[in-house]
Write a protein that binds this ligand. Sequence first.
Ligand SMILES: Cc1cc2nc3c(=O)[nH]c(=O)nc-3n(C[C@H](O)[C@H](O)[C@H](O)COP(=O)(O)OP(=O)(O)OC[C@H]3O[C@@H](n4cnc5c(N)ncnc54)[C@H](O)[C@@H]3O)c2cc1C
Length: 279
Amino acid sequence: PLGKGGLKTVADPNVPSTKPGELGSFKGGLKALPEAIAAQLGDRLKLNWHLTRLDRTERETYIAVFSTPDGQQEVEARTVVLTTPAYVTAELLEPLQPEISSALQALTYPTVASVVLAYPVSDVKGKLVGFGNLIPRGQGIRTLGTIWTSSLFAGRAPAGWQTLTSYIGGATDSEIGNLDSEQIVEQVHRDLSKILLKPDAAQPKVLALKLWKRAIPQYNLGHLDRLQQVDRGLKSLPGLYLCSNYFGGVALGDCVRRGFERAPEVGEYLQQQSDSRSI
Ligand SMILES: Cc1cc2nc3c(=O)[nH]c(=O)nc-3n(C[C@H](O)[C@H](O)[C@H](O)COP(=O)(O)OP(=O)(O)OC[C@H]3O[C@@H](n4cnc5c(N)ncnc54)[C@H](O)[C@@H]3O)c2cc1C
């Protein structure tokens, strides 16, 4: 199919087809995606380069100032695509375009912890077949929901073990950010014991815990007006593009789709600039 902007996206025949709404991942986990992109980019990829300032020049270019492990570096470019979260982009664009900055500052990112625990299957009440469970607020259970990771994806647990990825926190529970890792694991274990586990289930193996202080942007009332304000502001900054999860969906698939949509827009802009310079 032709994506927006005319870019042809051809499905890789090695990738299994999925039904709409069906979850998917990579055999070795999600890190496969950034690793594959890094391999394609080679030494064009710069890691630990922190963008600290963006200036516009009279030559209609941008100067991006980075703090890097080798000291400050400046890059001049005709186009810049900012994929940073809204609160970072707001700060960077404050001097250039306060209208965009104020719209982005209004976006909230609640705190969420992602907790990956493993239990012997003998501690689980029944065989878990399916995606997972969401827990409505008001049930007296703090955990938001659990993905039955090893039921969903192959190779996520050795035989005899069940891996469960739970999420806790969110817009109605900012207090989660004040707990330490042990308290968060204890809370999730207590909640799982009320739903999925046998009452005498042993303490889990903790495979991973990540507290996302500012996790996912909320599309609150007024979000579309804010995005329109951003679009208006961008008109005065030709060559600058924003491509982040506060536009049109937070799911990873949406982020990838947006990348495919933005790339040809940037290409067309550069082409137009080259054409007008050669006249
Ligand atoms: C807990 C959690 C669970 C999720 N679960 C799912 C799920 O099951 N399925 C799904 O589809 N999606 C899920 N999502 C959503 C999805 O992961 C995100 O929306 C997506 O990864 C966002 O991608 P992004 O590139 O827009 O932003 P990010 O991945 O946040 O990337 C922004 C990057 O900008 C960098 N950065 C920040 N400031 C600077 C600076 N000044 N200079 C240079 N770089 C900077 C950051 O280091 C970061 O690497 C989940 C998200 C969270 C937090």
